[in-house]
Every structure is written in structure tokens, then in C-alpha cells.
Design a protein around this ligand. Structure first.
Ligand SMILES: NC(=O)C1=CN([C@@H]2O[C@H](COP(=O)(O)OP(=O)(O)OC[C@H]3O[C@@H](n4cnc5c(N)ncnc54)[C@H](O)[C@@H]3O)[C@@H](O)[C@H]2O)C=CC1
Ligand SMILES: O=C(O)C(=O)COP(=O)(O)O
Length: 525
């Protein structure tokens, strides 16, 4: 039974769903990295929010881990390249908390406009400072949206409802989408110069880090108010403090900080500064949504292989997974076959799907070929890390599909280009489920690829099969199945034998010494 660790506070529905889906679950929150490292080896899945940092070191210790599930959106607390290299799927819930976070940004905008936290503190302190708190109206003000994705567009929609004018900076926002959203697409400098309020809704990436730098803050309109419910690293916090102190920035509300938890911070106590402790996603509704979604997604992956909302592998729905499974098994076997037979550096792998196979999602088929191919050299390769490893090794991967059927209802052909030229193997599914090799380096054969096998190329001459049987018999190796293919009578023949025991180097040498033998290799599937 797969086992999952929930390491951050999550709605109890997550644990309930895991159990209902036959997944064992432990909820252990608040662990230090060292404590987490000590226990993570037991788990197949790790369910987190933003507190757990899934570092390279944690992943190294996670010897059984197959999936990290983020109950929320931002995955900057997960080392995705390290997870991919280890073959661990990373998934999130991209929509479950977006409305809630957008509402928090709007709440902070109102709080800034009317200085609500200070007014509340002053009133409850018995001061009744009616003249101290003079606010600004939102109607007709310009809201500058940095990042117009899921959350940014909900914020825009709400702001338009408040009769604000919305300008948006997002390099990936198309003019059509801007029109549909009712916002004006602008460059960053225009936004900085025009906005009365600025709200950030981008992920933290190398391009967005410090997007509100000291230099950019200096380009903002005097009296600007800034809201950040996205990620801490987007703003230069020291420059923001200076801006607030000088009065250039009339107010700033941060839900997120460069270092969290922010229990002490130079901004604390600065006039017109408001903060919340990363509460953007903290509503009952959002937490129920993300808990249900992540538990369902992780349980799907661990029990059926279905992949939804993964950030480092193509999606594979729970409905698709059973249909694709036999094709992926075939693809992996073909990849493994060429991996074992091909010599020298591989410059290119081409995967050609024909007939029924061409109608399927190709990405998992391609990943399975690469996994089979690369696993010949390393046990830690799987469907998740294979495409990354192939890229790392400079292999070109080509994907071709032909929906028309050829000789078979469906066919997958894997060709590799090495220094010695291009060679290919092809296979099909018998009865839609049993993987079968049908072509090996241009020779028609028909073989299962399973267990220990022996691959032999020899000159097609009488008496050879008898001598081979004797050599195997003398070594105590029993033949299971025997598949022969040849280009023409008396030409070169290809033999694929399945054997009941592993074939050692002595037996390989003995077979190689038989007259007419050109190539002998022991294979394993
Ligand atoms: N405070 C909190 O509790 C929460 C924070 N978040 C954070 O909110 C942020 C936005 O989330 P979503 O809207 O769901 O993401 P999204 O992926 O839907 O949208 C992000 C947008 O940023 C844009 N973008 C990327 N690079 C950019 C750049 N250099 N300049 C301007 N725009 C750029 C993208 O094109 C995209 O449209 C994320 O950082 C997420 O982690 C999300 C949920 C809760
Ligand atoms: O979903 C996100 O990106 C968030 O930042 C929410 O974080 P949390 O799950 O509340 O720790």
C-alpha cells in the first residue's frame, strides 16, 4: 500500500481521501529539515503547502518518493530540477485558491486606502482619532497589475467592478486576452508611471525576482500604494521601507516576505505598512479545495499512474492511463531493446507511432521509450527523469505519428542514430495488451521481450540450431521460446531466444565461438 506524508497543515479531508483511496497516510507537521530527512525515506508521496522546503538534500534522502503534491499554487519551495532528476513528479493545484488569494489582494487594497489596521488599533486604544485617518477612494483610480494570470485576472475583474481602471504588465498577455479581461496592456515602465495602486501576481522566477527593485520603485507615481500577495522576492524590501519613510510610497501591504516565517522584519512598525502572515490562500473554501484536489491527484498517481497538474511531466488522465499502459510497456521494452543493442553515442532517437498508437497522447509513450533506453545504464531512470536525462546527454528526440494503419492495427517504431548509422526496432500489441516485437534491425521477427534473452546474428546455414541447442544444454540453460527471422534464405539470420536462466559471459563466449556466428548478446527485460 503506498504511503504518504502530509508535512504541512492541511484540511483533514486530504487524509480522509488518501485513506478512502487505499493510501496510508501520516500527518506530521512542523518538522525541521533534519527531522524530515530522517523519516522521508518511508514515503511514496509528500503532500505540502509553503512551509516544507523540498530541497535537494530532502530529495536525496527520499529514497522511495514518487510524488510531491503542493496543496496550493507556488512551488518555489520545491527544487523541481532536483525532483525531475530523481524521477519524482511534482504537482500542484493551480486554481483551488486563486479566488481566495485575489480577494485577499482586494482586501489589502481597501485596508491601504482607508488605513484600516491603524484606525482599528487607534480606536480600540480609546483614541477616537477621526481627523487622523483620511483615506482615498478607489473609484476611477488606476490599478497596475503585474502578472495577469489566474489570480491577476480575478483581481482585475473585481477591480473593474469597483470602477477602477486596470493596466496590466505581463509579457505573456495577448492583446485579445487583455481585451477580453477589459484591461489595458502596458509595458512595465508605463505601469509604474501611471498606477495609483500596484498589485503583484507573478510566480517568483529569475525574470520576476526583484521586479519592484529600488530603481523601479523610483519610477512609480508619488503616493503609490503597493500590494504583494504573490511572492516575497518580487520586491526590494529595503527600498520599499525607504519609499514608505520618505512618503513617496503612501502605503504597502505585504502578505509574503523574502524570508518566511517573517517573525522579525525591518518593515515592521514602518508608517503605512500593513502585513499578514502569508494568508492569501487561507480561507475554509480554498483549503478544502486544495486539500481535496491534491489528495485526489496524488492518490491517482500512486494507485493508477494518472497524472494531473504535474509541473515536470506531461499530464496523463486517470481515464487515459489504463489505455496507455500497454503501449507504454511496449514502448519501454523497445527502448530497452535498442538501448541494449546499440553501441556508441546516440545522437538521435526517433519514436514513430502508427495506427491506433498514433491517436494516443504521445508524451508518455516517448518518455517510456527514453526510460527503457536509459535504464540500461542506470537503475534510477524512470518516466519522469528520462526526458531530462536525454536532454542532458544531448540526445535529439523526434516524435512522429502516422494515424493511417500499416501492416498492423498499431505499431511503435524506435530508431536510433549512432555513428554507425540509423537502426530501428518495431513492436505492436497483440490482443491490444501483449507487447510483441515484430521487427528487429530490418528483419521481421515475432517475439515477446521478457526475462533473460539471447540475441544472435549468424549466417543462415544448416546445422546451426542443433549446435546452439547443444551449447546451451551443456551450460544447463533451458530455452523457453525461440524466434527466428531472416532477410533471405542463406543470408543473415537473427535469433531471439528466451531462456530460463541468466546467460553468463562464458556461455556468450561459447556461442560466439560457434561457426557462422557474427554477434551474440545477453539481454534482460
Ligand atoms: N499569498 C498566497 O497565499 C498565495 C500566493 N500565490 C502566488 O500568486 C502568484 C500568481 O499565481 P497565479 O495567478 O495562479 O499564477 P499564473 O501562473 O496563473 O499567473 C502568473 C502570471 O505571471 C505572468 N508572468 C510571468 N513572468 C512574468 C514577468 N516577468 N512579468 C510579468 N508577468 C509575468 C505569467 O505570464 C502569468 O500570466 C504565484 O506566485 C503564486 O505562488 C498563489 C496563491 C496563494
Ligand atoms: O498557493 C500558494 O502559492 C500559496 O502561496 C499558498 O501558500 P500556503 O498553502 O497558504 O502556505
Amino acid at each position: 500500500m503506498p504511503k504518504v506524508l502530509i508535512s504541512d497543515k492541511m484540511d483533514p479531508l486530504a487524509a480522509q481521501i488518501f485513506r478512502n483511496r487505499g493510501v496510508e497516510v501520516d500527518e506530521i507537521t512542523g518538522k525541521t529539515p533534519e527531522e524530515l530527512m530522517a523519516i522521508i525515506g518511508k514515503y511514496d508521496g509528500l503532500a505540502i503547502r509553503s512551509s516544507t522546503k523540498v530541497t535537494k538534500e530532502i530529495l536525496e534522502a527520499a529514497t522511495n518518493l514518487k510524488v510531491v503534491g503542493r496543496a496550493g499554487i507556488g512551488v518555489d519551495n520545491v527544487d523541481i530540477p532536483a525532483a525531475s532528476a530523481k524521477g519524482v513528479v511534482v504537482m500542484n493545484t493551480p486554481f483551488g485558491n486563486s479566488i481566495t488569494t485575489a480577494e485577499h489582494a482586494i482586501a489589502l487594497m481597501f485596508a491601504l486606502a482607508r488605513q484600516l489596521p491603524e484606525a482599528d488599533a487607534s480606536t480600540q486604544a480609546g483614541k477616537w482619532e477621526k481627523n487622523r485617518f483620511m483615506g482615498v477612494e478607489l473609484t476611477a483610480k488606476t490599478l497596475g497589475l503585474i502578472g495577469a494570470g489566474n489570480i491577476g485576472s480575478i483581481v482585475a475583474d473585481r477591480a473593474l467592478g469597483l470602477r477602477m481602471k486596470v493596466v496590466a504588465y505581463d509579457p505573456f498577455l495577448t492583446p485579445e486576452r487583455a481585451l477580453e479581461m477589459g484591461v489595458e496592456k502596458v509595458e512595465l515602465d508605463q505601469l509604474l508611471a501611471r498606477a495609483d495602486f500596484i498589485t503583484l501576481h507573478t510566480p517568483l522566477t529569475d525574470q520576476t525576482r526583484n521586479i519592484l527593485s529600488a530603481e523601479n520603485l523610483a519610477k512609480t507615481k508619488k503616493g503609490v500604494r503597493i500590494i504583494n500577495c504573490a511572492r516575497g522576492g518580487l520586491i526590494d524590501e529595503a527600498a520599499l521601507k525607504k519609499g514608505l519613510e520618505s512618503g513617496h510610497v503612501a502605503g504597502a501591504a505585504l502578505d509574503v516576505f523574502a524570508v518566511e516565517p517573517a517573525k522579525e522584519h525591518p518593515l515592521f512598525g514602518t508608517p503605512n505598512f500593513i502585513s499578514t502572515p502569508h494568508l492569501g490562500a487561507s480561507t475554509t473554501e480554498a483549503q478544502v479545495n486544495v486539500a481535496i484536489q491534491i489528495a485526489e491527484q496524488m492518490a491517482d498517481y500512486l494507485t493508477t499512474g494518472g497524472i494531473t497538474n504535474a509541473l515536470n511531466v506531461p499530464s496523463l488522465s486517470a481515464e487515459e492511463a489504463p489505455r496507455l499502459k500497454p503501449y507504454m510497456a511496449l514502448a519501454e521494452k523497445l527502448g530497452s531493446l535498442v538501448g541494449q543493442l546499440a553501441h556508441g553515442g546516440i545522437a538521435r532517437v526517433s519514436i514513430h507511432s502508427e495506427g491506433a498508437a498514433a491517436e494516443l497522447n504521445q508524451k508518455p509513450i516517448v518518455s517510456a521509450v527514453l526510460a527503457g533506453f536509459l535504464r540500461v545504464h542506470s537503475d534510477t531512470v524512470n518516466m519522469v527523469n528520462a526526458p531530462f536525462l536525454a536532454k542532458e546527454r544531448g540526445m535529439e528526440v523526434r516524435e512522429i505519428r502516422t494515424e493511417r494503419e500499416g501492416d498492423y492495427h498499431s505499431l511503435i517504431r524506435v530508431s536510433v542514430k549512432t555513428g554507425a548509422g540509423e537502426r530501428s526496432v518495431a513492436g505492436t500489441l497483440f490482443g491490444d495488451a501483449a507487447p510483441r516485437l515484430v521487427e528487429l534491425f530490418g528483419v521481421k521477427v515475432e517475439a515477446d521481450l521478457a526475462g533473460d534473452m539471447l540475441y544472435i546474428v549468424n549466417e543462415d546455414a544448416p546445422g546451426f540450431i542443433g549446435r546452439l541447442g547443444t551449447a546451451l544444454g551443456e551450460a544447463g540453460v533451458n530455452i523457453g521460446t525461440f524466434h527466428l527471422g531472416r532477410q533471405s534464405a542463406g543470408g543473415e539470420a537473427v535469433l531471439l531466444l528466451s531462456v530460463d536462466d541468466p546467460v553468463g559471459p562464458d556461455l556468450v563466449a561459447a556461442v560466439r565461438a560457434l561457426p557462422g556466428v557474427k554477434t551474440v548478446m545477453a539481454l534482460k527485460f
